[in-house]
Every structure is written in C-alpha cells, then in structure tokens.
Design a protein around this ligand. Structure first.
Ligand SMILES: Cc1ncc(C[n+]2csc(CCOP(=O)(O)OP(=O)(O)O)c2C)c(N)n1
Ligand SMILES: O=c1ccn([C@@H]2O[C@H](COP(=O)(O)O)[C@@H](O)[C@H]2O)c(=O)[nH]1
Length: 251
C-alpha cells in the first residue's frame, strides 16, 4: 500500500522527514520553500529554477546554496550562473534536447542519492504546474519517467496545487486529515484508461474506467465528515498509472 502524499504532510512539522528538493523555472511559494528547504538532504535547480532561488533568497543567498544546477542553460541568467559557480555549486550542463531539464535534473538526483547513499523519503519538486501549458504536460510526462528511475515517491507542488502519479496495481491510502488539504482533489487518467475504485471521496468510482472523452474525475472533493472525528482516508486502486492532484494550503 502506498501512502506517500500523506507521509509528506503528516511529517510537515517534524524534522525527521528527509527529502530531495528540485526547483523548477517557476515562481516559488515562500512558505512551502522554507519548510522543504530545511528538510532537504539534497537540493537542485533545473536551469531557470536557479533564477527564482536567487531572487527569493536575496540578502541571505549564501545560506541557500543548491548542491547542483543542471540543464541546457538557456534560461539561467549570467549573474546567477556566475554567483552559484563562484560559491562552488556543481554546474552540470545537460544539453540533450530530447528530455526536459526537469527530467534530466531528476535523473541526476536519483544517481546522486544512490552514489551518496542518502536516506530520502520523498523527492519534492517546486514548480512544474504553472506557466507554459506544454511544460505542465511535460511535468506529468516526467512523472512517468520518474517511476522507471526510482521507487521513491515524486511529488510536484506549485501555488496551491500538488500532483503525484499513483502507481498501477497498488492500493493507495491517503490520509487527508492533516490540515494541509484544500477543498478540491482529482483523478486524471493521463497515460491510458484507468480501471479505478475509490472510497473517501464525494464522487467515488466503483470499478469504473476513467478515460478522456468519457469520464475524468476533476473538481472532486472529500466525503462529508464529522468535524470531531476528522476526514476518513481516501483509498484508490487503479490498474494503470493515475494522476492524483489536490488543493493544498500551508498550515
Ligand atoms: C518529438 C520531439 N519533439 C520535441 C522535441 C524538443 N524538445 C523536447 S524536450 C526539449 C528540451 C526542453 O528543455 P527545457 O529546458 O525543459 O524547456 P525549454 O524551456 O527549453 O523549452 C526539447 C527541445 C524533441 N526532442 N522531440
Ligand atoms: O513555464 C514553465 C517553464 C519551465 N518549467 C519547468 O522548469 C524547468 C526548467 O525550465 P527552463 O525554462 O529550461 O529554465 C522545465 O524543464 C520545466 O520543468 C515549468 O514548469 N513551466
């Protein structure tokens, strides 16, 4: 049974959780950033992601140095590149034009985690769900690559949205009672039709096929609950990778 979204949230306020942090080329939410940075054992920027880190940490940049920056370096600003190079952050030019900088950044991170024998619970990505529509679609595609690269959960966060690709053939058990959940949630069958069963949602599925043009579960929400007892967990089974996304809010 997979419980990864909730592991990230359940341990939000404890220091025990260890993450790998990837920063993409999108505005960074400051509150999420600080919590995630402090939990990170390895930190990376994909190309223009470094511009956002540089801007956000103005005045105390030296306390927020990434372990490496990778990409084709067509977006990182010259002064940003110079700054992080002088601070000895590893600069890895990955010029392959068949994979996105995010996919390449993740591949490097998985290798580094192995090489350094880091104990990591979750890889968390900031960005990837905003800006260019083709990049948002590419983010989802990267999550498919990620499932081949590593068994670690890869969670994408931007603004007030979180996305994660649920693995096929498993029962997923999401504790949605942590206080970080927003109102909405969704199940989108991105790669292929998904035979899906759920509980704990307002609109549940009972061995039904989610597929574009027939049925896709957007604008869903959680089952009504007694406020004293809290929300019941959401349970999901799917026969193919299924994109879970949900609204989130910092505590
Ligand atoms: C069939 C096909 N379509 C499109 C491309 C082009 N392409 C795919 S991924 C990629 C790299 C994108 O890099 P990234 O820095 O993530 O995005 P950018 O901001 O440069 O668009 C490119 C150029 C390709 N290689 N193959
Ligand atoms: O609109 C966008 C642009 C980019 N991203 C993500 O950031 C990385 C790096 O982008 P660069 O433009 O190469 O600096 C890219 O691979 C995307 O994953 C995005 O999410 N939205």
């Amino acid at each position: 049974m997979d419980q990864y979204v909730t592991k990230l949230f359940e341990c939000w306020n404890c220091s025990k959780q260890r993450i790998g942090l990837v920063i993409l080329n999108q505005p960074i939410d400051e509150q999420f950033f600080h919590v995630l940075w402090s939990k990170a054992k390895i930190r990376a920027c994909a190309d223009g992601g470094a511009n956002h880190l540089y801007r956000l940490t103005e005045g105390h940049r030296e306390s927020f140095l990434p372990d490496y920056i990778n990409g084709d370096f067509d977006s990182i600003l010259p002064e940003v590149k110079t700054f992080y190079t002088e601070k000895n952050c590893k600069m890895m030019e990955t010029s392959d034009q068949d994979l996105t900088d995010f996919t390449k950044c993740l591949a490097v991170m998985v290798e580094e985690i192995k090489a350094q024998k880091l104990q990591i619970d979750t890889i968390v990505t900031l960005g990837g769900l905003g800006g260019r529509f083709d990049q948002i679609m590419a983010t989802v595609e990267t999550l498919f690559h990620a499932q081949k690269m590593t068994d670690l959960p890869v969670v994408v966060i931007q603004d007030r949205s979180l996305a994660v690709l649920l693995k096929e053939g498993r029962q997923h058990h999401l504790n949605v009672n942590t206080g970080l959940e927003g109102k909405w949630c969704s199940l989108v069958p991105v790669g292929s039709p998904c035979l899906t069963t759920t509980s704990g949602l307002k609109w549940n599925l009972d061995n039904q096929v989610l597929t574009f043009g027939q049925l896709v579960s957007t604008s869903n929400t959680y089952e009504d609950h007694d406020p004293k007892e809290g929300r019941k967990p959401v349970r999901i089974t799917t026969d193919r990778p299924l994109l879970w996304s949900m609204g989130i809010k910092p505590q």
